[in-house]
Design a protein around this ligand. Structure first.
Ligand code: PRX
Length: 651
């Protein structure tokens, strides 16, 4: 496809906070004088005690240390609620759209948000939660999840939100890793017309975590579907019962800018998910500023980020960024394709959404369902479209632009990660000419660079591994409880540089084109999955001897999960076993980790030293048989032919 450039329209250049001249000027300043730049930007937050220091960061292993505004004090929940009361107490903060379009939604004003947060904060305190304690949140997409996050922030507890699609096992691992003594959940969740047994999973998870030495003191349960669930005496309490009669007066705890705000687990290239740790001041500043400028959020705009709060996108762009900005944030419980593939566009029309932020995987699924589902809706309210989570292929980009946006709305393709806290490489709608498939240019204060395998910088146009050469305020500070792993994971590949794990091309215009992960992480429907995690789930099955998991191109999901499995001696491959293994992985991790294809094989291609040659497995899975590369170092080169034959027969 030839590259089309979509220039900034005059209307956008005028309307936006940042036009191109201003982008250039601000960007230069942000990298030449980060202290001055960020000190000025930080005035957008309410500080309890002003900071005197701004940036104090080092990327030099082993002493990697990242501190921003280190002597300042503030409270995130006060910034997201209290400070809006005088000016916008009666404005909607959260507009909740339920899973089932035939049921009633909810609107929560800033005043109501504040009251609910304060009440729940008092409830947490009365149940013994103290500053620094970890609270696990395993909730559906309902307003109470935002109350829970902000209530933790209000009293200085550290929340760990676990995506409600994760299994009991996965939840247990996360409760145990951060020694979380409290869980906030719901009876059930709803998604696409089905229910998710959250309380049942929580009970099972607590049992597993406690067997491993954790201790869960209390579980707070929101009554959502009204399902009949078991409550354990002395441990479990109903949210509506404990909230009732609790005071809405709860002063916000003054927090140091570097006090932890939350942990969010994410997959890496090794087995166990990492607890990515974000802190208070820098994170909130970065989330709110990117939200304001990338989405060009002005007062009165109706903004919808269609992600789940279980992922970082929901943290930064449903809850913290928008609420710090006093925005109206739409929260959607459902899925894009239910009850029909028109749902997203119907919600857009119903609420007159101006700004929509979603993922390429959803767009590809909807694109496949046919344009009629889109064109029968108005979408006249839309002004700006956003994309996140994975590379957006130019075809999906053009469809989003032409069919969804009627060639009227700029698309901000935002590249970032759980680790970065907020958007890093992105167009700004009033400043950046767009190219389909490119995340374009760095946000303020972000210094990307490309390096080759030896760590040599690539200048000008070229391809390489994407690194960031200096700190930005939203950067993760550590892996919870394991700073060494933080240093090892991100700062050891290239000395003095933050390694993103992504490959990237830079074109003649200095635009960045993310090409995807270069490590053993795959991106399935915009969700990040460590292949090692799926492998350890598979080998935990008694019939499996060995497993190797790779990503392969998938029309809708971007990447699918391809699992090569070797069975124990005496076990025979069968369709039943294939189903059983898929089910097994669902139970061990969750539906998002379920392999799309299981390829039973008597052997895996290994080097003489026993290392699995994943490069070859990726090629075979992708049906790229002509470019397998050098197989001469294999212990048994014949294995490859067998794999290729089997793949061909598999279709
Ligand atoms: O590979 C990149 C891809 O998603 C990874 C980060 O995943 P996660 O931490 O789950 O955060 C997703 C939401 C921010 C990145 O390393 N990725 C994310 N956004 C893009 C992307 N790849 C290409 N283009 C994007 N816009």
């Amino acid at each position: 496809m030839t590259e089309t450039v979509h220039p900034v329209t005059d209307e956008w250049a005028k309307r936006a906070f940042v036009d191109n001249a201003r982008y250039e000027e601000m960007y230069q300043r942000s990298v030449a004088d980060p202290d001055g730049f960020w000190a000025e930007q930080a005035k957008s937050l309410d500080w309890i005690k002003p900071f005197t220091k701004v940036k104090n960061t080092s990327f030099d292993a082993p002493d990697v240390s990242i501190k921003w505004f280190e002597d300042g004090e503030l409270n995130v929940s006060a910034n997201c609620t209290d400070r809006h009361l005088a000016t916008r107490g009666d404005q909607t903060a959260i507009l909740w759209e339920p899973d089932d379009p035939l049921t009633e939604g909810r609107t929560i004003t800033y005043r109501e948000l504040h009251e609910n947060v304060c009440r729940l904060a008092n409830v947490l305190k009365s149940h013994g939660v103290q500053k620094g304690d970890r609270v696990t949140i395993y909730m559906p997409m309902i307003p109470e999840v935002a109350y829970a996050m902000l209530a933790c922030a209000r009293i200085g507890a550290i929340h760990s939100v676990v995506f409600a699609g994760f299994s009991a096992e996965a939840l247990a691992g996360r409760i145990e890793d951060c020694r979380s003594g409290y869980v906030i959940t719901a009876d059930e969740g709803r998604r696409g017309g089905r229910t998710v047994p959250l309380k049942v999973n929580t009970d099972e998870a607590v049992t597993i975590a406690e067997a491993a030495g954790a201790r869960v003191n209390h579980v707070i349960v929101v009554k959502h579907t009204g399902a009949d669930v078991a409550m354990k005496d002395g441990r479990d309490v109903w949210y509506h019962e404990v909230i009732d009669g609790t005071s809405a007066d709860c002063p916000a705890e003054p927090m140091n800018a570097e006090d932890p705000l939350f942990i969010l687990y994410t997959s890496g290239s090794t087995g166990k998910p990492k607890g990515v740790l974000h802190t208070t001041g820098g994170y909130l500043l970065y989330a709110s500023m990117t939200h304001r400028m990338v989405f060009d959020y002005h007062d009165g705009d109706i903004y919808w980020c269609a992600a789940d709060v279980g992922w970082v996108t929901g943290h930064s762009y449903i809850v913290y960024g928008p609420l710090a900005n006093g925005a109206l944030s739409v929260m959607f419980e459902g899925v894009p394709t239910w009850p029909t593939p028109s749902r997203i566009w119907e919600v857009v029309d119903k609420h007159k959404i101006n700004i929509l932020y979603t993922a390429p995987t959803a767009l590809r699924a909807l694109m496949g369902a046919g344009d009629d589902h889109v064109t029968k809706t108005s979408r006249a309210s839309l002004r700006l479209l956003g994309s996140v989570g994975e590379p957006i292929n130019p075809e999906a980009w053009e469809w989003y632009y032409r069919v969804v946006g009627d060639s009227r709305c700029p698309i901000v393709d935002t590249w970032w990660q759980t680790e970065t806290g907020g958007i890093m490489i992105t167009p700004l709608p009033g400043a950046t000419a767009l190219k389909a498939g490119s995340a374009t240019r760095p946000f303020f204060g972000v210094k990307p660079a490309l390096v080759d395998a030896d760590g040599k910088f690539i200048e000008g146009a070229g391809s390489g591994n994407l690194v960031i050469t200096d700190s930005w305020p939203g950067q993760m500070r550590s892996v919870y409880g394991d700073h060494e792993r933080f240093v090892q994971t991100y700062f050891s590949a290239y000395a003095g540089l933050y390694f993103t794990g992504d490959g990237c091309r830079r074109d003649e215009d200095g635009y960045y084109w993310i090409t995807g992960r270069v490590d053993d992480v795959i991106n399935v429907s915009g969700h990040r999955m460590g292949t090692a995690e799926v492998e350890s789930a598979l080998v935990a099955h008694p019939k499996v001897s060995e497993a190797a998991v790779v990503g392969y191109p998938h029309d809708i999901k971007g990447q699918g999960i391809y699992a090569y499995v070797t069975l124990m001696v005496g076990e025979e491959p069968s369709d039943e076993l294939q189903k059983e293994l898929k089910q097994w992985v669902r139970k061990e991790i969750g539906p998002i980790a379920q392999p799309d294809l299981i390829h039973f094989t008597p052997g895996l291609p290994k080097t003489r030293s026993g290392k699995i040659m994943r490069r070859i497995l990726r090629k075979v899975a992708a049906n790229e048989f002509d470019t397998l590369g050098d197989t001469s170092t294999l212990a048994d080169p014949g294995v490859v032919n067998d794999l290729v034959e089997a793949r061909k027969n598999n279709g």
